[in-house]
Design a protein around this ligand. Structure first.
Ligand SMILES: NC(=O)C1=CN([C@@H]2O[C@H](COP(=O)(O)OP(=O)(O)OC[C@H]3O[C@@H](n4cnc5c(N)ncnc54)[C@H](OP(=O)(O)O)[C@@H]3O)[C@@H](O)[C@H]2O)C=CC1
Ligand SMILES: O=C(CO)[C@H](O)[C@H](O)COP(=O)(O)O
Length: 484
């Protein structure tokens, strides 16, 4: 077999190589190393580029990795049933890897796609692999490069019988929550693993934007970036504790290595993305669920990157006036908006699970989000317990203590949002959270008028509050009401 000259060579088919990893980029290399440290036997790694394999093995000589750039040799060395973890970019590379592997694999072998694949692709691949006698698991992995190496959160979707065969490989490499539980699970059937990771990323978009908006409000109060970082560090020491708040405190304390100024002052404000945020918004539109906070976070990145359009308006740029919102009001407003973002994402997941018959348990999902992943946060401990205590519940904000907390924090969200907007500080995600909750808490909505207008111009009919059925007014005739 073609193993790296610097890697440890294994005999083929001797049962000593329980898993192979395809793709040795940021995530693949770290996961392979994590597996090599934690599972019995060697870990086979495959990359199209032999030089990358050689570098990986040469830089980690003590780790039990065996490298290949020849796919048949890579496959031949794996013990049976073969388990292959793909860590390649979503889309065509996953299809290319599956197509290369399929003729080399035996019935019952397992392919795990650990990338950020789009869930319809996963649904197609599950069916395609089944037709070829292969078993396919779509698994979202979160934690970035360090998480992949030291303990990521992993959201698998697929058949329980396949899970039984791979659980023993994945649990040892997963992050552990404070109660010692591994942050990996089969969250449901079909493409539920990748859908769950997509929603995770959607919430990640929302939280990043909400932190950025809190930053903007606090800066508009006359503070430096470093001072705002110190405020985030204080929030992170309290009930809002999260990896993203901690990260915000860290990056805002960073000086520019070139000039010594605060690094944030020299970083371009154009943020882009790789697709999962947009997919979340599209999936929500398809399922008829509002993820307005995630959508505003996504579109905030779009607007930030609309360089030409922004340039048009620079001659008339509005200057931000001083916003003097107390720090604790910004904190409580941020926490209220963050909880609405989580609620919207989890509601989408529940609706999709119902639609596709995936049987996703939200308590399980939140349980594995408690450590290792990018959106890990202290409140997820209480949230996973609340879901476990209330089987079938989706709307955690309707449960205590979350309901009372939200009600108590809403005035802060209203204060910070209105003060920011009055001072021309854009806070689209906070405003979306406030509007979403206001709509839910308002007894009657003006969408009654939307119904009537749709009926007026398109005979779309309307529903009444006092009788079942669909009704239409003969607008161009005698204006009588007909029931359809
Ligand atoms: N980076 C992150 O923080 C996270 C990434 N992810 C997801 O994990 C997946 C991998 O990401 P990441 O490791 O960052 O990506 P990288 O670009 O760092 O690595 C991708 C790897 O896939 C290989 N590859 C590309 N095309 C093929 C192919 N057709 N067949 C075989 N191998 C191929 C590349 O090889 P070569 O370089 O030789 O072309 C490279 O080794 C993506 O889906 C990503 O969205 C998930 C969570 C976090
Ligand atoms: O999956 C991830 C973390 O969970 C990746 O970091 C992902 O790339 C982030 O998304 P984007 O690049 O669109 O901001």
């Amino acid at each position: 077999m073609t193993s790296s000259t610097t890697g440890q060579t294994q005999q083929t088919g001797d049962g000593a190589t329980p898993i192979g990893v395809v793709g040795t980029g940021v995530m693949g290399a770290s996961l392979a190393r994590n597996l090599a440290r934690n599972v019995e036997g060697s870990v086979a790694v495959f990359d199209l580029d032999q030089a990358k394999i050689d570098t990986l093995i040469a830089t980690h000589p003590g780790e039990d990795l065996v490298g290949f750039s020849d796919m048949p040799d890579f496959v031949a060395g794996l013990s049976s049933p073969r388990v292959i973890l793909l860590m390649v970019p979503a889309g065509a590379p996953v299809d290319a890897a599956v197509a290369s592997l399929t003729p080399l694999l035996d019935k019952g072998d397992i392919i795990i796609d650990g990338g950020n694949s789009h869930y319809p692709d996963t649904q197609r691949r599950v069916a395609g692999c089944a037709a070829d006698g292969l078993r396919f698991i779509g698994m979202g992995v979160s934690g970035g490069e360090q998480g992949a190496l030291l303990g990521p959160a992993m959201m698998a979707g697929g058949d329980p019988s396949v899970w039984a065969d791979i659980k023993g490989l994945l649990e040892p490499i997963a992050a552990r929550a404070d109660d010692g539980q591994p942050c990996v699970a089969l969250v449901g059937s079909g493409a539920s693993g990748h859908f769950t990771k997509m929603v995770h990323n959607g919430i990640e978009y929302a939280d990043l934007q909400l932190i950025a908006e809190s930053y903007a409000v606090l800066r508009a109060g006359g503070r430096s970036g470093r001072e705002v970082g110190e405020i985030f560090a204080a929030w992170n020491a309290g009930e809002g504790r999260s990896y993203l708040l901690e990260s915000a405190a860290t990056v805002l304390a960073q000086d520019d290595p070139q000039t010594g100024a605060e690094l944030i002052e020299l970083v371009s404000d154009h943020a882009k993305g790789k697709g999962t945020g947009a997919w979340t918004v599209i999936a929500a539109a398809e399922q008829g669920v509002s993820v307005s906070v995630i959508a505003e976070a996504l579109f905030a990145r779009s607007t930030s990157s609309a360089t030409a359009e922004r340039a048009v308006w620079q001659p008339d740029a509005v200057s931000t006036t001083l916003v003097d919102v107390p720090v604790d009001v910004v904190e409580h407003g941020y926490l209220a908006a963050r909880s609405v973002a989580y609620q919207q994402g989890l509601a989408l997941l529940a609706v999709a699970s119902e639609e596709f018959g995936w049987n996703v348990e939200l308590s399980q999902v939140v349980r594995i989000w408690r450590a290792g992943c990018i959106i890990r946060a202290r409140f997820l401990d209480a949230l996973s317990k609340a879901y476990a205590d209330n089987p079938g519940a989706t709307l955690f904000l309707a449960l205590e203590p979350f309901r009372t907390e939200l009600i108590e924090r809403l005035p802060s969200l209203s204060t910070v949002t209105t003060a920011a907007m009055a001072a021309c500080v854009p806070v689209p995600a906070m405003a979306a959270a406030l509007n979403h909750q206001a709509m839910l808490m308002t007894g009657s909505l003006p969408t009654a008028l939307v119904q009537l207008l749709r009926d007026f111009f398109g005979s779309h009919t309307y529903e009444r509050t006092d009788a079942p059925g669909h009704f239409h007014i003969v607008w161009e005739g005698d204006r009588s009401e007909v029931r359809s």
